[in-house]
Design a protein. Structure first.
Length: 285
Protein backbone atom coordinates (compact mmCIF):
# COMPACT_ATOMS: atom_id res chain seq x y z
CA UNK A 1 0.00 0.00 0.00
CA UNK A 2 1.14 3.58 -0.60
CA UNK A 3 2.86 5.34 2.26
CA UNK A 4 1.06 8.20 3.96
CA UNK A 5 3.30 11.19 4.52
CA UNK A 6 3.49 14.98 4.53
CA UNK A 7 3.30 15.63 0.78
CA UNK A 8 5.10 18.98 0.85
CA UNK A 9 8.21 17.28 2.24
CA UNK A 10 8.27 13.97 0.38
CA UNK A 11 8.41 13.31 -3.34
CA UNK A 12 8.93 9.55 -3.37
CA UNK A 13 6.80 7.43 -5.68
CA UNK A 14 3.84 5.97 -3.88
CA UNK A 15 3.57 8.63 -1.22
CA UNK A 16 0.17 10.25 -0.81
CA UNK A 17 -1.45 12.68 1.62
CA UNK A 18 -3.62 11.25 4.38
CA UNK A 19 -6.77 13.20 3.47
CA UNK A 20 -7.46 11.98 -0.08
CA UNK A 21 -11.19 11.50 -0.76
CA UNK A 22 -12.57 8.05 -1.39
CA UNK A 23 -13.82 6.81 -4.78
CA UNK A 24 -17.39 7.96 -4.16
CA UNK A 25 -16.25 11.52 -3.51
CA UNK A 26 -13.94 11.47 -6.54
CA UNK A 27 -16.86 10.45 -8.76
CA UNK A 28 -18.48 13.82 -8.09
CA UNK A 29 -15.30 15.90 -8.36
CA UNK A 30 -13.88 18.00 -11.21
CA UNK A 31 -10.49 19.58 -11.74
CA UNK A 32 -11.97 22.99 -11.02
CA UNK A 33 -12.90 21.76 -7.55
CA UNK A 34 -9.29 20.87 -6.85
CA UNK A 35 -8.18 24.24 -8.23
CA UNK A 36 -10.24 25.94 -5.50
CA UNK A 37 -8.16 24.40 -2.74
CA UNK A 38 -6.06 26.93 -0.85
CA UNK A 39 -2.72 25.60 -2.12
CA UNK A 40 -3.84 26.06 -5.76
CA UNK A 41 -5.36 29.54 -5.70
CA UNK A 42 -2.22 31.13 -7.18
CA UNK A 43 -0.54 29.99 -10.40
CA UNK A 44 2.33 27.57 -9.77
CA UNK A 45 4.72 29.67 -11.85
CA UNK A 46 3.67 33.30 -11.38
CA UNK A 47 1.52 35.44 -9.05
CA UNK A 48 -1.66 35.22 -11.16
CA UNK A 49 -4.76 34.48 -9.07
CA UNK A 50 -7.30 31.70 -9.68
CA UNK A 51 -5.52 29.72 -12.43
CA UNK A 52 -7.89 27.97 -14.80
CA UNK A 53 -5.46 25.62 -16.56
CA UNK A 54 -3.70 22.51 -15.30
CA UNK A 55 -0.65 20.45 -16.16
CA UNK A 56 -1.99 16.97 -15.49
CA UNK A 57 1.36 15.18 -15.45
CA UNK A 58 3.03 17.74 -13.13
CA UNK A 59 0.03 18.01 -10.83
CA UNK A 60 -0.13 21.83 -10.94
CA UNK A 61 -2.58 24.61 -11.78
CA UNK A 62 -1.41 27.48 -13.97
CA UNK A 63 -2.66 30.71 -15.55
CA UNK A 64 -3.33 31.16 -19.26
CA UNK A 65 0.02 32.90 -19.92
CA UNK A 66 2.01 30.14 -18.26
CA UNK A 67 -0.19 27.49 -19.91
CA UNK A 68 0.90 28.78 -23.33
CA UNK A 69 4.54 28.22 -22.43
CA UNK A 70 3.81 24.80 -20.92
CA UNK A 71 2.21 23.75 -24.20
CA UNK A 72 5.41 24.71 -26.03
CA UNK A 73 7.45 22.44 -23.76
CA UNK A 74 5.90 19.38 -25.38
CA UNK A 75 3.65 16.75 -23.82
CA UNK A 76 6.67 14.76 -22.61
CA UNK A 77 7.28 17.65 -20.18
CA UNK A 78 3.81 19.08 -19.56
CA UNK A 79 0.30 18.00 -20.56
CA UNK A 80 -1.98 21.05 -20.39
CA UNK A 81 -5.75 20.93 -19.92
CA UNK A 82 -8.42 23.54 -19.32
CA UNK A 83 -10.19 23.08 -16.01
CA UNK A 84 -13.29 24.78 -17.46
CA UNK A 85 -13.55 23.14 -20.89
CA UNK A 86 -12.21 19.66 -20.11
CA UNK A 87 -14.56 17.90 -17.71
CA UNK A 88 -14.01 14.16 -18.17
CA UNK A 89 -11.11 12.91 -16.02
CA UNK A 90 -10.23 9.51 -14.70
CA UNK A 91 -10.49 9.19 -10.89
CA UNK A 92 -6.83 8.21 -10.76
CA UNK A 93 -5.89 11.50 -12.44
CA UNK A 94 -8.00 13.44 -9.95
CA UNK A 95 -6.33 11.53 -7.13
CA UNK A 96 -2.93 12.41 -8.61
CA UNK A 97 -3.81 16.11 -8.86
CA UNK A 98 -5.02 16.06 -5.26
CA UNK A 99 -1.86 14.37 -4.06
CA UNK A 100 0.33 17.05 -5.67
CA UNK A 101 -1.00 20.56 -6.21
CA UNK A 102 0.99 23.79 -6.47
CA UNK A 103 2.38 23.88 -2.95
CA UNK A 104 3.90 20.42 -3.03
CA UNK A 105 5.09 20.74 -6.64
CA UNK A 106 6.87 24.03 -5.92
CA UNK A 107 8.49 22.53 -2.85
CA UNK A 108 10.07 20.04 -5.25
CA UNK A 109 10.76 22.09 -8.38
CA UNK A 110 11.88 25.27 -6.56
CA UNK A 111 13.73 23.61 -3.68
CA UNK A 112 17.07 25.19 -4.63
CA UNK A 113 15.90 28.27 -6.52
CA UNK A 114 18.22 31.14 -5.47
CA UNK A 115 16.87 34.64 -4.90
CA UNK A 116 19.09 36.09 -7.64
CA UNK A 117 17.22 34.10 -10.32
CA UNK A 118 14.78 36.21 -12.35
CA UNK A 119 11.17 35.21 -11.73
CA UNK A 120 7.85 36.15 -13.37
CA UNK A 121 6.78 37.52 -9.98
CA UNK A 122 9.21 40.41 -10.46
CA UNK A 123 8.40 41.59 -13.97
CA UNK A 124 5.85 40.86 -16.70
CA UNK A 125 8.39 39.77 -19.28
CA UNK A 126 7.63 36.85 -21.58
CA UNK A 127 11.29 35.80 -21.75
CA UNK A 128 11.59 35.77 -17.96
CA UNK A 129 8.40 33.69 -17.69
CA UNK A 130 9.57 31.14 -20.27
CA UNK A 131 13.09 30.87 -18.86
CA UNK A 132 11.70 30.31 -15.34
CA UNK A 133 9.31 27.57 -16.50
CA UNK A 134 11.96 25.81 -18.57
CA UNK A 135 14.43 26.02 -15.69
CA UNK A 136 11.89 24.37 -13.37
CA UNK A 137 10.45 21.58 -15.49
CA UNK A 138 12.81 20.98 -18.44
CA UNK A 139 16.29 21.70 -17.11
CA UNK A 140 15.18 20.96 -13.52
CA UNK A 141 17.77 23.35 -12.17
CA UNK A 142 16.29 23.75 -8.71
CA UNK A 143 15.45 20.20 -7.62
CA UNK A 144 17.15 19.10 -4.42
CA UNK A 145 19.90 16.52 -4.92
CA UNK A 146 18.42 13.05 -4.73
CA UNK A 147 20.99 11.99 -2.15
CA UNK A 148 19.84 14.78 0.18
CA UNK A 149 16.96 13.51 2.29
CA UNK A 150 13.96 15.62 3.25
CA UNK A 151 15.03 15.48 6.88
CA UNK A 152 18.45 16.84 5.99
CA UNK A 153 16.89 19.65 3.97
CA UNK A 154 14.60 20.62 6.85
CA UNK A 155 17.50 20.53 9.30
CA UNK A 156 19.61 22.95 7.25
CA UNK A 157 20.29 26.13 9.18
CA UNK A 158 19.19 29.55 7.98
CA UNK A 159 22.85 30.52 7.61
CA UNK A 160 23.55 27.65 5.23
CA UNK A 161 20.44 28.51 3.21
CA UNK A 162 21.62 32.11 2.87
CA UNK A 163 25.05 30.95 1.77
CA UNK A 164 23.54 28.71 -0.89
CA UNK A 165 21.13 31.45 -1.88
CA UNK A 166 23.92 33.94 -2.52
CA UNK A 167 26.01 31.36 -4.37
CA UNK A 168 29.04 32.27 -2.30
CA UNK A 169 30.60 28.94 -3.12
CA UNK A 170 31.70 30.58 -6.35
CA UNK A 171 32.18 34.18 -5.19
CA UNK A 172 33.80 36.36 -6.13
CA UNK A 173 33.34 35.16 -9.68
CA UNK A 174 35.84 35.58 -12.51
CA UNK A 175 35.57 38.89 -14.35
CA UNK A 176 32.81 39.11 -16.94
CA UNK A 177 33.12 41.47 -19.89
CA UNK A 178 31.38 42.34 -23.14
CA UNK A 179 29.60 45.02 -25.14
CA UNK A 180 26.25 46.30 -23.88
CA UNK A 181 24.27 49.39 -24.79
CA UNK A 182 23.34 51.93 -22.10
CA UNK A 183 21.14 55.01 -21.94
CA UNK A 184 23.13 58.25 -21.73
CA UNK A 185 22.99 59.89 -18.32
CA UNK A 186 22.56 63.30 -19.95
CA UNK A 187 20.07 62.45 -22.67
CA UNK A 188 17.17 60.08 -22.06
CA UNK A 189 16.92 59.36 -25.79
CA UNK A 190 20.54 58.57 -26.62
CA UNK A 191 21.73 54.96 -26.43
CA UNK A 192 25.49 54.34 -26.36
CA UNK A 193 27.39 51.11 -26.85
CA UNK A 194 30.00 50.59 -24.13
CA UNK A 195 32.47 47.91 -23.07
CA UNK A 196 31.35 46.57 -19.68
CA UNK A 197 33.53 44.77 -17.15
CA UNK A 198 32.15 43.13 -14.00
CA UNK A 199 34.90 42.51 -11.47
CA UNK A 200 34.26 42.02 -7.78
CA UNK A 201 31.62 44.46 -6.59
CA UNK A 202 32.17 46.96 -9.41
CA UNK A 203 30.57 47.09 -12.85
CA UNK A 204 32.69 49.45 -14.95
CA UNK A 205 32.04 50.65 -18.46
CA UNK A 206 34.48 52.02 -21.00
CA UNK A 207 33.86 54.16 -24.07
CA UNK A 208 35.84 51.71 -26.17
CA UNK A 209 37.52 48.36 -25.77
CA UNK A 210 40.99 49.95 -25.88
CA UNK A 211 40.41 52.61 -23.18
CA UNK A 212 42.56 52.30 -20.07
CA UNK A 213 40.16 54.02 -17.67
CA UNK A 214 36.39 53.53 -17.30
CA UNK A 215 33.86 56.29 -17.75
CA UNK A 216 32.15 55.12 -14.57
CA UNK A 217 32.24 52.30 -12.03
CA UNK A 218 29.00 51.19 -10.40
CA UNK A 219 29.15 49.82 -6.85
CA UNK A 220 26.80 46.84 -6.94
CA UNK A 221 26.60 46.31 -3.17
CA UNK A 222 22.87 46.06 -2.56
CA UNK A 223 21.95 47.36 -6.02
CA UNK A 224 18.64 46.24 -7.53
CA UNK A 225 18.90 44.61 -10.94
CA UNK A 226 15.87 43.50 -12.91
CA UNK A 227 14.65 42.95 -16.44
CA UNK A 228 11.96 45.12 -18.01
CA UNK A 229 9.29 44.19 -20.56
CA UNK A 230 10.96 43.50 -23.87
CA UNK A 231 10.76 46.28 -26.47
CA UNK A 232 9.56 44.94 -29.81
CA UNK A 233 10.30 46.18 -33.30
CA UNK A 234 12.80 45.46 -36.07
CA UNK A 235 15.76 46.02 -33.70
CA UNK A 236 14.49 44.11 -30.72
CA UNK A 237 16.43 44.68 -27.51
CA UNK A 238 16.46 43.02 -24.12
CA UNK A 239 16.60 45.72 -21.50
CA UNK A 240 17.44 45.60 -17.81
CA UNK A 241 17.90 48.23 -15.11
CA UNK A 242 20.54 48.64 -12.42
CA UNK A 243 19.20 50.75 -9.54
CA UNK A 244 21.64 52.28 -7.06
CA UNK A 245 20.89 54.89 -4.38
CA UNK A 246 22.08 57.66 -6.71
CA UNK A 247 21.01 56.57 -10.20
CA UNK A 248 19.19 54.04 -12.35
CA UNK A 249 21.26 52.71 -15.26
CA UNK A 250 19.28 51.50 -18.29
CA UNK A 251 21.11 48.83 -20.26
CA UNK A 252 20.20 46.39 -23.01
CA UNK A 253 21.74 43.39 -24.72
CA UNK A 254 21.20 42.11 -28.23
CA UNK A 255 20.15 38.60 -27.19
CA UNK A 256 17.99 37.23 -24.41
CA UNK A 257 20.74 34.77 -23.45
CA UNK A 258 23.13 37.67 -22.84
CA UNK A 259 20.51 39.44 -20.75
CA UNK A 260 20.06 36.47 -18.41
CA UNK A 261 23.82 35.90 -18.13
CA UNK A 262 24.47 39.53 -17.20
CA UNK A 263 21.46 40.03 -14.93
CA UNK A 264 22.08 36.85 -12.96
CA UNK A 265 25.80 37.62 -12.58
CA UNK A 266 25.04 41.18 -11.42
CA UNK A 267 22.43 39.99 -8.93
CA UNK A 268 24.81 37.40 -7.49
CA UNK A 269 27.44 40.09 -7.00
CA UNK A 270 24.90 42.47 -5.46
CA UNK A 271 23.71 39.90 -2.91
CA UNK A 272 27.18 38.66 -2.05
CA UNK A 273 28.82 42.04 -1.51
CA UNK A 274 25.81 43.40 0.37
CA UNK A 275 26.36 40.64 2.96
CA UNK A 276 30.16 40.51 2.67
CA UNK A 277 31.41 44.11 2.46
CA UNK A 278 34.96 44.68 1.28
CA UNK A 279 37.02 47.85 1.66
CA UNK A 280 36.40 50.40 -1.08
CA UNK A 281 39.17 50.95 -3.56
CA UNK A 282 39.42 54.20 -5.43
CA UNK A 283 38.01 53.80 -8.91
CA UNK A 284 38.95 56.10 -11.81
CA UNK A 285 36.35 58.74 -12.61
Amino acid sequence: PPRVCRPQNCFADGCRPADLPDDDELAHMQLRDIAKREENLVCADCPAQNPDWASINLGIFICIQCAGIHRNLGVHHSKVRSIQLDTQFDPELLRFMLSWGNERANAKYEARAPSWYLRPAEVDNSHVRENWIRAKYVRKEFIENEESSSAEAEAASEDSKQIRDASVYFMPEPAREGFLTKMSGRSQTLWQQRWFVLQGKFLSYYKSLTDSYPQNSIDLSGAEITAVPTVGGPQQRHEFHIRTPSRTFQVFSQTVEEMFDWVHALRRASIFFAHNPVPDTKEPE
